[in-house]
Design a protein around this ligand. Structure first.
Ligand code: ADP
Ligand code: MG
Length: 316
């Protein structure tokens, strides 16, 4: 099958047709209209075989995850994902693989209301690179550099489930709880909640490299310190029940694709209401304080601790 038939069969008609899409897949470039009063949020995330996933990973899981990790970045900006372009590098034409990938890509793109409007298809070691484009009301984006002393620190969802699933797989433990596996294979960023955070939250980030590593980015960019109460970390029942479910995994493990954000105390009531409306678990886990030697500290029964020095995933 030619490259063009492959694109037609597997990469066309993915996701809803947005009214602001003038031209989607099929020309040299897509044409998109940015509605007045909006800014365009743009981000790209790549998943490489052997680095982000193993060769035997279910293509349906890859399809969901490449969308979810990018949608998570939009959520972290308070933006709503609209469009995506996909650079697909494949070792060969494996139609069973492509069919499974494309079928799930369609389902998850519908779920995230994201239209695939272009991309690139090449041969090589398996690699998926997705660029996402989203809209955010002008001036309302949630940035990393806007945390203020006195803000509370919040997180959505549960922490550590995905890292625990990975850890258990590496230990070749069988019968891993389905919820833990889902957290790793099918992350569900809190899209609806995030879209309404503008005006409530001050600074936000999505938790991809581990809570402490990602909060450190907010603290550094905002020139403040953050204190996290380790007893307040949201852990799932499955996490509590599983072997190896330690607080360290929730603090330093990655792949949560939940949001961490800071907000003034006055926003607390409205935040809890919004979380209820969106069926999102929301936990207040700490405070923003003036810069004090460490960017992020852990508080446990009134005592302060430094986080472990090697924290978060870093490719280099
Ligand atoms: P060009 O040679 O102009 O770069 P291509 O031959 O790479 O165009 O792609 C043809 C059309 O198919 C373009 O509109 C491109 O955006 C789209 N396309 C290519 N690969 C993908 C993909 N993996 N997913 C979605 N669209 C794709
Ligand atoms: Mg061209």
């Amino acid at each position: 099958m030619s490259e063009f038939s492959l694109i037609n069969r597997y990469c066309k008609g993915i996701g809803p047709q947005h009214p602001q899409t003038v031209l989607g897949v099929g020309d040299d470039a897509a044409l998109l209209t940015i509605p007045a009063g909006n800014e365009l949020a743009v981000s790209v995330d790549t998943m490489v075989e052997g680095v982000h996933f193993t060769a035997d990973t279910d293509p349906a899981d890859l399809a969901h995850k490449i969308l979810a990790v990018n949608v998570s970045d939009m959520a972290a900006m308070g933006a709503v994902a609209q469009w995506a372009t996909l650079a697909l590098t494949l070792p060969q034409q494996d139609h069973a693989w492509l069919h499974a990938f494309s079928t799930q890509l369609k389902l998850s793109a519908q779920q995230f209301n994201l239209q695939l409007v272009g991309g690139d298809t090449t041969r090589g070691a398996l690699c998926l690179s997705l660029q996402v484009l989203g809209l955010v009301k002008t001036g309302c984006a949630l940035r990393r550099d806007q945390a203020y002393v006195g803000d509370s620190v919040w997180v959505t969802g549960n922490l550590g489930d995905a890292a625990l699933a990975l850890h258990l797989r590496e230990k070749e433990i069988l019968n891993i709880d389905a919820q833990l596996n889902q957290a790793l294979d099918r992350p569900q960023p809190p899209v609806e909640f995030a879209a309404q955070l503008g005006g409530l939250a001050n600074a936000a980030i999505d938790i991809s490299d581990g809570l402490v590593a990602d909060l450190t980015h907010i603290a550094t960019c905002s020139d403040v310190s953050i204190v996290v109460d380790s007893a307040l970390l949201p852990l799932s029942e499955a996490f509590h029940a599983a072997q190896y479910g330690t607080v360290e995994l929730a603090l330093y493990g990655g792949d949560d694709y939940q949001l961490a954000f800071t907000a003034p105390a006055s926003a607390a009531r409205r935040l809890r209401q919004l979380a209820d409306e969106c069926s999102v678990r929301l936990s207040c886990i700490g405070d923003v304080i003036a810069y004090d030697q460490r960017r992020v500290s852990l508080r446990k029964q009134g005592q302060y601790f430094a986080p472990e020095p090697k924290q978060g995933f870093n490719h280099f």
